[in-house]
Design a protein around this ligand. Sequence first.
Ligand code: IPM
Ligand code: MN
Length: 355
Amino acid sequence: MINKIAVLPGDGIGPEVMFEALKVLDIISEKSNVNFSFTKSLVGSSAIDAEGHPFPDSTKKICEDSDAILFGAIGDPKYDNNPKAKIRPEDGLLEMRKFLGLYANVRPVKTYDALLEASPLKKDIISGTDFVVYRELTGGIYFGDKGISEDRKSAFDTCSYTSKEIERISHLAFKEALKRKKKITLVDKANVLDTSRLWREIVQEISNKYPDVKVSYLFVDNAAMKIITNPKDFDVILTENMFGDIITDEASVITGSLGMLPSASVGDKVSLFEPIHGSYPEAAGKGIANPMAMILSTALMLDLSFNMKKESDIIIKSVEDAIKNECVTQDINNKNFYSTQEVGNWISKRVKDQF
Ligand code: IPM
Ligand code: MN
C-alpha cells in the first residue's frame, strides 16, 4: 500500500523546512517498509505568481486525492502592506481549510528541559508545561459575512457559529482530554458575545457525556494572562477560531521559539500538518530557519493519519536529542548555532540510528 502525501511547501522558509522534513520521512519509509508517495504542489504567493490563485485547482485536486497533507508556510510581505490587494496568499490557506473541511486545529504546547533558558519567561513558571489547544478552524469571524463600504468609511466582519460546528470539535477535545489529564478549559468571551454563550451551552451539554473530564471556563482576556502566568494548569484548551489564533501565538513564547511548534488541522476525510510559524520571509534562503516544527508536524502526521505511533515517537525523541546535544538553529541559540540543513541532517541520522 502507498500512503499518498500532498506536499505544499508554500512561501518563504516553507520549502527549506519542508526539505528537511521529507529527508526524515524518507528514512522512516526505508526503515519501516511503509511506502509514501510525495506529490508537490503550489500554494500561497508562489501559486499566485504561477497560476493567479493562492489555492489553484491543480492543488485542490492533489489535496483531495491524498491521505494526508504536509504544508510549509504561506505569506509574502508584498501583500501585507497593501490593504487593497485583491488576492492574498492567506486567502489560499483559508479556502483550503474550508474546502477540505479542516475544522479542528490541534496545537500542542510543551516545554523541553534543554530549552527552558530560551524562553523570556521564568524557568520555574514554564517548566513542565504540557497542554494542547483545540482551535476551531472553519467558522467564526474568519468566515462570517464581511464587507467594506464603497466609500471605505465603514467595514464589518461577522462572527457566527452553528451548534454543529461547536459540537464536532468539542467531542474531539473531550476525547483527547480522556487520553491526557482529563481537564478541559473552554476559552470564550461569554460575558459579551452571543456566540460564546452558545459555545458554553453546548460544551456544558456535551460534558455530561464525559463525566470523567473536569471542565472549566475562562474568558479569553483572563486566559491570555493565565496561559503565561500559570501554563502548567492547562491540559486541553478548547476555543473558537480567532481566540485560538491569538492564544497559540502567545503560548509559543513558553516553548522558547515559534520554530518548535507543530500543528494538525483535522478534517473528516483528510488532515493537514503544518508548523505554526509563518513564512518568515526575512530568513528565506539564508539557511537559518528552524526545521523542528516542520519535522514535528510529520511526527503528528504519522501518529494521527497513518497510525505509526512508534515512528512518530522516534522523530519526537530525535528532535529532543538534537536540542539536548545543542544542535539547534539561531532562534534557539544565537551564539552556537547550526544551519537548517545541519539540524535536519542531525535529526535524520538520529532517526536512522534508532531503528
Ligand atoms: C495561523 C495563521 C493564519 C490564521 C493566517 C496566515 C491566515 O496565523 O495559521 O495561525 O490566522 O489562521
Ligand atoms: Mn496565527
